[in-house]
Design a binder for this molecule. Structure first.
Ligand code: AMP
Length: 125
């Protein structure tokens, strides 16, 4: 069920629980600003999620409220994860869903990294 991205941050969401270590994840990368882990229901041969460590509902919330160091750290982490996974030469896709029309389901900002096969046109359905 898509979320309303204008709601305040709810720290009972599944990614907040992963950040607190309350539920497991298959960690790919972690630094002061970001955590990357494999999506539990991969939609491509490589499907990694990168999340900021701060409590932000969506890209909109993050862009409006995060500090410069958090933004730089998160953006660099996404690039690092893709580079370290060897995805730059074959190519990959980044996706961030926001709110209802974006079909965002987890109300903690996350960037999807899809890779491992030709991904086709940008939008389906
Ligand atoms: P979105 O629709 O952009 O909010 O995507 C949420 C993503 O989170 C989906 O691709 C889910 O498969 C993924 N997901 C949900 N729960 C978990 C979890 N516990 N560990 C890893 N990925 C998850």
């Amino acid at each position: 069920m898509p979320i309303d991205a204008t709601q305040p941050y709810d720290d009972s969401n599944v990614f907040a629980k992963i950040l607190r270590g309350e539920i497991p994840s298959r960690t790919v990368y972690e630094d002061d600003f970001a955590l990357a882990f494999h999506d539990i229901a991969p939609q491509a041969p490589t499907h990694i999620l990168v999340i900021p460590k701060g409590a932000y509902v969506s890209w909109d919330d993050f862009a409006a409220k995060a500090g410069d160091a958090e933004i730089a750290g998160f953006v660099r982490a996404v690039g690092h994860v893709a580079r370290a996974a060897g995805l730059v030469e074959p190519g990959y896709r980044l996706l961030a869903n926001i709110g209802g029309h974006g079909h965002q389901e987890v109300p903690h900002l996350h960037v999807h990294i899809f890779a491992g096969r030709p991904l086709g046109p940008m939008l389906a359905g």
